[in-house]
Write a protein that binds this ligand. Structure first.
Ligand code: ZN
Length: 327
């Protein structure tokens, strides 16, 4: 991939008044390390800052291992330009709705033995938990209320301070590896929609492995590009969220990366996300995809379609659970 695929020179993008400027980098495949990729699509930022309207970002697929990733991309020092101040995951937690009571029935009907829901752990124990990419701390708070000893980690300074000051919970600024986190000090590490945001996902997973006790478990939730919505909506798919999402996983590439980091994959499972489908449909309408996209902005239809995708194993959101082997 070459920088010509961007519409502006990298030096002329309208950066905020305060430096550092946006710096673009080309990257090797984040999974296999090769540099042999072909262009898959280009898409715009669905929520561009005023100075970034018109930018389109290339997504490529590795010819060696099939990993899909954003390339070129803003480097780790300037990616912050693309996170608006009110970026949703960084907002403080509000009351969290629960539909857990209906879920086991649904899963029984579908013959799925291990019911899980976004933001929930599929086992009832407690212990020491690290939430990587903890955002505003909604999940941390819920786990702390359930008796977990929680630590949050996020690159957003403001979100971390809010967690400390308003929720009274332990939270650190930064990424993995982090100097204040010791090996074998957590029973569970969670990554709810954070792994796709990092520049070196393999390094982050390897460090998560090191932080877990033998037998400890990792939970990763990401968009699933091997899904109906990703195929239907293409560059309008909400799960792309360019350029903030740097890796675009399928169940296969996520599993391969987990194994490459030392983990044993317990399962990869679909999660339902009807509001994502509606968001994709709205983007599709904006991008001229037509009447079918307009239809899917209708909430009941989006909900029914997301349910059908879930039943068919075609949800655009997935969750993996992996274990650090005990030997
Ligand atoms: Zn590759």
């Amino acid at each position: 991939m070459i920088l010509r695929s961007l519409p502006h020179s990298v030096d002329t993008i309208n950066a905020p008044a305060n430096p550092p400027p946006i710096t673009w980098e080309e990257t090797d495949c984040p999974l296999c390390g090769r540099r042999d990729a072909e262009l898959l699509l280009e898409a715009a930022d669905p929520t561009p800052a005023p100075g970034q309207i018109g930018l389109r970002f290339p997504v490529v697929q590795c010819r060696v291992c099939d990993m899909v990733y954003t390339n070129p991309r803003p480097d780790r020092f300037s990616i912050g330009h693309f996170y608006p101040a009110d970026y949703r995951p960084h907002r403080r937690p509000r009351k969290i709705a629960t539909s857990a009571r209906t879920r086991p029935v649904l899963s029984r009907l579908l013959g799925r033995p291990n019911p899980v829901r976004r933001g929930e752990l599929p086992w009832p124990t407690t212990g020491r938990l690290l939430d990587f990419g903890c955002g505003g701390g909604a999940f941390l708070k819920r786990m702390a209320d359930q008796g977990w000893q929680v630590t949050g980690l996020d690159a957003a300074v403001g979100a971390v301070h809010t967690i400390r000051d308003e929720l009274g919970l332990t939270a650190l600024v930064g990424s993995l590896p982090h100097p204040e986190l010791q090996p074998c000090s957590f029973d569970v590490v969670t990554m709810w929609h954070s792994l796709e945001h990092v520049h070196q996902p393999l390094d982050v997973l390897r460090e998560a492995f090191r932080l877990l006790v033998p037998g400890g478990r990792l939970v990763v939730a990401t968009p699933n590009r091997d899904s109906w919505a990703a195929r239907w909506f293409g560059s309008s798919w909400f799960g792309l969220d360019l350029p903030r999402h740097l890796s675009h996983f399928t169940p296969a590439t996520l599993s391969t990366m987990l194994v490459a980091s030392g983990f044993r994959v317990t399962f990869v499972r679909d999660l339902r996300h009807s509001d994502w489908l509606r968001s994709s449909a709205k983007l599709g309408v904006r991008n001229g995809l037509g009447a079918w996209s307009q239809l899917l902005t209708w909430k009941p239809l989006a909900k029914a379609t997301a349910f059908a995708a879930y039943v068919a194993g075609q949800s655009d959101c997935m969750m993996a659970v992996a274990e650090r082997p005990a030997y």
